[in-house]
Structure formats: structure tokens, C-alpha cells
Design a protein around this ligand. Sequence first.
Ligand code: PEP
Ligand code: MN
Length: 337
Amino acid sequence: MLIVMDHSATADQIEAVNASVKEMGLRPEPIPGSQRTAIGVLGNQGYVDDSTIRNLPGVREVIHVSKPYKLVSRDFHPEASVVEVADVKIGADFPPVVMAGPCSVESEAQMFASARAVKQAGAHILRGGAFKPRTGPHSFQGLGVEGLKLLRRAGDEMEMPVVTEVMRIGQLDDVCRYADIVQIGARNMQNFDLLKEVGKLDVPVLLKRGMSATIEEFLAAAEYIVAEGNGRVILCERGIRTFETATRNTLDLTVVPLVQQMSHLPIIVDPSHATGRRHLVPVMAKAAMVCGANGLMIEVHNNPAQALCDGAQSLDGDDFALLMQELQHLYHCYQTR
Ligand code: PEP
Ligand code: MN
């Protein structure tokens, strides 16, 4: 960390900053310049909280050299991490893993028909929301524990691990009882208490990018989980809010290679929530794969027209089967190049 003082900063102000740095157990190293003094801060192991220094008289700027995430960074862990869920491996050079299923668990018939369709098409992990973070309170809120049970039964029957969202700490016991991967949705990416709580568990976590989160904030959120001891984190890009209204969100595929350079954690892409439109999902899924995504999350419903949630972006079984074939082909082309 580098503390840049105002050019008018007095010797007393510089001394006060030095004292404050020492109080934090760190070493100040004043660097006098012709215009102003800078103070280098030495001895820190990682990111330093600058809140006691930033507002001291005479301080112009605090420049961080260390990032707010360390454990998830490549500097700390150069090798790509692989998250294992049952016999599915996600990350590094393993083939992209496809998580698919309905937005929400609606009924036994819907869940099982959708699960059968994604299994037949070759998906690896079954998704289905039981606790739904809906924008408005009048929309279908999910079946809750009943939905978790149906998802689990469908997963067992299809021999697929299951992923589902947890919205708050109070739901964690139930979600962990029935799910193989716990999903933290975009709206909860910075629910720091929830992040810390899943960090204490031994369960894979799918962390979705907040809709206006920077990459640094995304990785810092993952750091919360890893810092508590749970390293089994899978990141998920699901589109961000921009000025564009033609699509539900704007799919930021740049994060895939960028995050893979910055972090050792696997990253998958959700083109369903990113686009909000069914016809855009297959092409963006393929684009994500070409970018090197470690997997995909795709909404598939046995009857999208009747879906209680996100029908407009859900593929039906046939469209999904076609997409899976195309992904296979694309992957093969890239492997044999
Ligand atoms: C979901 O995957 O069900 C979901 C609500 O996604 P997001 O958090 O990305 O909006
Ligand atoms: Mn959805």
C-alpha cells in the first residue's frame, strides 16, 4: 500500500500517518519527493483495510498494491482448481460441465419430465430452484422444502448431482440436506454473512456474479467463502446490468479468460439469465464454450410456454438436445485442432 500525502501536508500530519501505520502492526517507509511525500507501507501479508488512514488530515490518496482477494488468486495458487461433485470434475482442463434443468421446481411431473430430458441429452448436473429470489412478491416464490425433495428424487432417479439456490442462512440446513451444490444467486453475491456461513461448510458452492459487480468484487466475494475454509467454489457469469434493454442482461464473456488468468477457481457461464431469450441461449452457450468456460448452466423446461418462472429463456428438451450435440461437436473440433 502506498499513501500519497497532499503537497501541503505538514510534518505533524506525516508523523500522524506513520504512527497510525505502526499501530496497525505495519512499517511506514516515507518517500520524500520534490512535490509531496509518499509513505510506503511494508510488512502486510495481503490487502490492508485503509479506513483508519484514508481520512487522516493531509492524506491525498491511498493506492493498494495488494488485491482484496488473495486465496482465490493465481498468485497464491498457480494451478487451476478442480471442484469435484460426485464423479463430475469441474475446472482445469476437464471438459465443460453442463448443469441444466428448470428455473424452478414446479411439480413432480414437471421436474421429472425436465430432468429426464436433460439427462437424455447428456447434461451432467441437474438444476432446479426451490427457493426463488423473484423480483416481485406476487410471482411464484418456489416450492421450498417440497421442491428440494422433488429435485433430490429426480436427481437420484437420473443419477445426477443436483444444484439449487439458497437465499438465506436459515435455509442452509435444508438445502444442504438435499443438494450436492449450493448456489448463491446474483442478488446475494454480496450477502457477506451467507458467504461466510457457506464458507464453513464442506459443500461445493456455485457463486453467481452480482448483476452490477466488478470482477474484483466477484473475486472478493469468492474470497469470503474460501477464507472460511471452503475452497470448493465455482464462479458463474450470468450477465450484468448495462444500459441495454434488448436483452435481460449483457453477457460479459470477457470475464471467462480474465478470471481464469486472475484466479484458479473454475468459471462457468449461464446464457439463460444473461440473455433472457430462448433463441439467444444456444449461440451464447457455444460462444462461452469457445471462450474456455469450465461449464454452462442452462434452463430447460419440459413445457416452456407453461413455465411458472423464466419460460421465455428456457429451452425445451429438443432444443437442449440439439445444443448438447453442437457443444460436443464444437468441443471435439477444439480438442483436435
Ligand atoms: C437462478 O439461477 O435460478 C437465478 C435466480 O439466477 P441469478 O441469480 O443469476 O439471477
Ligand atoms: Mn431462472
